[in-house]
Write a protein that binds this ligand. Structure first.
Ligand SMILES: Nc1ncnc2c1ncn2[C@@H]1O[C@H](COP(=O)(O)OP(=O)(O)OP(=O)(O)O)[C@@H](O)[C@H]1O
Ligand SMILES: [Mg+2]
Length: 248
């Protein structure tokens, strides 16, 4: 669905991504993991036209995304949930959802917002509260719901688990699996909670210093103890753990 070919990108004179090639297959979760500063957010910013692309191709359903304004990306079916500042803090949950549905006709936006509150009951409970009063996890759910208001084919999700307690982060990541399984949405997921993300993911890329260090199936990356240990802080790969437990 999304193909990135030999992408070189950065900010001004600073180059962050070097000859990066990534394939995001339809209806799956493609996980991008890697240490801080590896260029994960820059990859998403390049797709959204926020970072400066110096060479390479970014193709969505076969057509180039380069030089397209952000609102056209949304019309094409791409929805981006940024790492920070992903909700309007001073607006209510209801108004945040409405703002996110600005491309839809009024009735459709209203119906879609209702669907979102069914999908995320916590949003229904706090529908009239300002987003600033929500907890970190609740705010992250709102940000995802706002992304979904645009009826996306492809969602770019950046570090949904940042600053969340592990149990809440886990819940948020499981919601991502639900987007794939129940709504058939294609997802490009950048995550620092690498182990959980790789467990629910289909395809994985390990980004180190702006280049691809590993590309393959998610579970295969979990079976690379050296890479997991060195770059992801995963001491014992999950698959190996399961085998040990199974054998005991
Ligand atoms: N707007 C910007 N202007 C200049 N440099 C930037 C900008 N945003 C990021 N950088 C630099 O680009 C490099 C890659 O940053 P990026 O945010 O893509 O990393 P990341 O992999 O998302 O890291 P993290 O896991 O901490 O979110 C870093 O060295 C960072 O300092
Ligand atoms: Mg980042």
């Amino acid at each position: 669905m999304l193909t990135i070919n030999k992408l070189n990108a950065g900010y001004g004179k600073l180059q962050v991504l070097y000859d990066l090639s990534i394939e995001v297959p339809e209806k799956g979760i493609t996980v991008v993991v890697g240490p801080n500063g590896a260029g994960k957010t820059t990859l998403l910013c390049s797709i959204m036209g926020i970072a400066n692309v110096t060479s390479g191709e970014i193709l969505f359903e076969g057509g180039s995304l380069q030089n397209l304004p952000t609102h056209l990306l949304a019309k094409k079916g791409i929805s981006y949930v940024p790492q920070m500042k992903n909700v309007f803090a001073d607006l209510s949950v209801r108004d945040n959802l409405q703002m996110a549905g600005y491309l839809l006709p009024f009735d459709e936006a209203k119906k879609k917002a209702e669907q979102m509150t069914e999908m995320f009951p916590v949003l229904k409970k706090f529908i009239d509260r300002k987003a600033v009063t929500l907890s970190g996890g609740e705010r992250r759910m709102l940000a995802v719901a706002m992304g979904l208001m645009k009826n996306p084919k492809l969602m770019l999700l950046d570090e949904l688990s940042t600053d969340l307690a592990p149990i809440i982060a886990e819940k948020v990541i499981m919601e991502v699996a639900r987007l794939r399984d129940e709504l058939g949405i294609t997802i490009l997921l950048v995550e620092q909670m690498a182990k959980r993300a790789l467990e629910i993911g289909d395809t994985a890329y390990l980004l180190v210093s702006g280049g691809v260090k590993f590309a393959g199936k998610s579970l295969e990356l979990l079976n690379e103890p050296e890479l997991c240990n060195m770059y992801l802080g995963i001491k014992q790969p999950a698959a190996a753990q399961t085998l040990t437990e199974g054998g005991a």
